[in-house]
Design a protein. Sequence first.
Length: 206
Amino acid sequence: MEKKPTTPTGFGKHPSEKLQQVFSQKPYQIQCPEKAEIIFLGLDANWDKNIERDKSYFEETINYLSNGIKYWKDNGIHTPMLKDTYKGGGRRYHTQFRKLGFLPKDAEKICFLELLSICTYGSSTTNMTMFMDMLKSPENKKHLETIRKIFESENNVICIPKGVKRVIDRLGGGFNLRRKNVIIHTHFSGSVSDKELHNLGDKLRK
C-alpha cells in the first residue's frame, strides 16, 4: 500500500488568537522600525505553542508586545523569553543578544523586526516550504512592502543573520542589501562566537 505523505507538525501559525491579535497591531518588538536606530531582522516571531497554559507569563508576554520599551526598562531584560518560566524556542537567541551589551536605556533605539507578520510556533527551518508560502501570501504582502521601504532609508542600521539573507535572496527584489548600513552576521541562535558578538556590540553602540 502506498504511504500518504505526512505534513510536518513542528512548525505553524501560532494557535493563540490573543497573541495574534496583539502582534497584528504592532508587528515588531520593542521600538517601531520607523523610529529605531538599530533593527535586528529575523524570520518570524516564534513562541511556545502552549504559551497560554501559564496565565501569568502569557499576560506578561502580552504586556511586552504591547510596550516593549516600558517592559525592558521596568524589568531590566529585553524580552520575557529570558525568564526561567519560558519553555519555548528563542531563548538562546536572546541570551546571545545580551552579549552585545545593550542596556534598558537603549530600548528606544532597538527593534526586532520579522519578515513574517504573524506569530508562529516551532522552527521555520523544519518546514521552509510552509514558511515561504506564508511569507509570499497576500496577507503578508503589505508587511513586506513596509520592510522594503525601511531598506530605502539610511537612518538606521539593519542587522541580518546569514540565514535570513538567504531567504531575502529567495524573495528577490526591493531589499537594498548593498546600502552602507546593512550588517550581515552569524545568527545568534547558531555557532556565533562571543568574540563576534562583542565586536558587533562595540560597533553598534558606537
